[in-house]
Design a protein around this ligand. Sequence first.
Ligand code: ZN
Length: 497
Amino acid sequence: MNRLWEQLFCIDRECRRLEKAAAVLQWDQETNLPPGGIEERAEQIALLQSIWHRKFTDGETGRLLDRAEAEDASPLERDFCRVLRRNYDRAVKLPGELVRDAARAEGLSQAAWVEARRNNDFASFAPHLKAMIGFARAKAGCWGFEGPRTYDGLLDVYEPGLTAGETEALFTPLREGLTGLLQKIGRASPPEDAFLEWNYPVEDQVRFNRELMEGLGFDTRRGRLDTSAHPFTTSLGFDDIRITTRYDPNQVLSGIFSTIHESGHAFYELGFAPELRGTCLAEGASMAIHESQSRLWENVIGRSRPFWEFWLPRLKARFPGRLSETGPEAFYRAVNRVRPSLIRVEADEVTYALHIILRFELEKRLFAGTLQVEELPGAWRGLMREFFGLEPPTDADGVLQDVHWSMGSFGYFPSYALGNLYSLQFWGKLRRDLPEAETRIREGKFETIRQWLRENIYSRGCRPEPAELLRTVTGEKLSVAPFLEYIKDKYTELYGL
Ligand code: ZN
């Protein structure tokens, strides 16, 4: 490798080390930090981010990139250049002051959100939310997305190239399909699921979740499981992927499905090809592709019949005396019970995307300037009535339930629903390539499935753009049809519709 490439890889590697150091501080904030440490922690993270920003955008990166782009390069070097250029252009267009101020405000805003949710006090959070919207608008403007295109610029951060219009074109038929199915399900009789709300001691849940994560194939020499209020996955290095879950003694599924979901994210991060190590290519292809992997494990695999044929006896063994009357069929039906609810993270497969479409609608209006922050709680309640026929009794169960807006992550929510769409397109191809997949799940053997995912998706990191990855793996364009077909087939059978 000549000196030019060496220098470019070195800048990228050192910048990523700074990012990972900030990620350690963030991980600690979510899992261990005493409340008194929050303000100082926000300063520490903001300082690291501003050092990263200064180092990455000091002019050297741009000069080297210009030269490298003019050279003959290997396919890996070309992809590296393309991704580094995108990251560089994003960073260099933001003034250092904006990066520092936004990072500091984010830490405080997140702390204010925690308090506001606890006290059901939207008014105390509103000024922080306004500030976050202001920073997001300013950043989109720096990237060249102004006026009616502001929200496109925010979506582009998470799903490169996808616009609000294209997202809407997918979400409209998705909403129609799901709403129609939900109405039919509402008239059918629901499965028995009271046994899921019995008391399951947290210590035993911790043991079961560890067994589950290792049973799926999580290599605990390269990662770990901890507890946090809001489950997440973070990469602290190529061989250090952390996931978190949460435990509620009366909601045994909450921890289980969080652990499976986050394990799916972790498998992606742990499956990058060794040659991507330490480079900007060791990232998921997009947020929605990342979500497609967590959702594939959580829903398509984790909420399937064969999955519980294997795992139910193990769950029973961890909680002796409980579930002794419950067979795999009854358990399968219970874990797939459809129930319109107030809370996104507890939603079933049929209603989940509707929660996302609701947030997408509100974000569009906020950035179009047709909805003010003060009107947000009312608008939320209105859409909840329209989508689910429910009204949250408090803002804590409504507009304050999610962490994303407090961190300035606008345009992120659509990734979850888009992830569902991608996941079924990938799964369709996996099933054609591995007709034995269902049998392997029933045997509790996940290696061949992980191997297929590693070869086709994980190992490539963000070398392909999302649309290109989907096309090369499945030959298809992003579509709602496979997801809707899966949902309709599964729930028509489950509810005898
Ligand atoms: Zn996720």
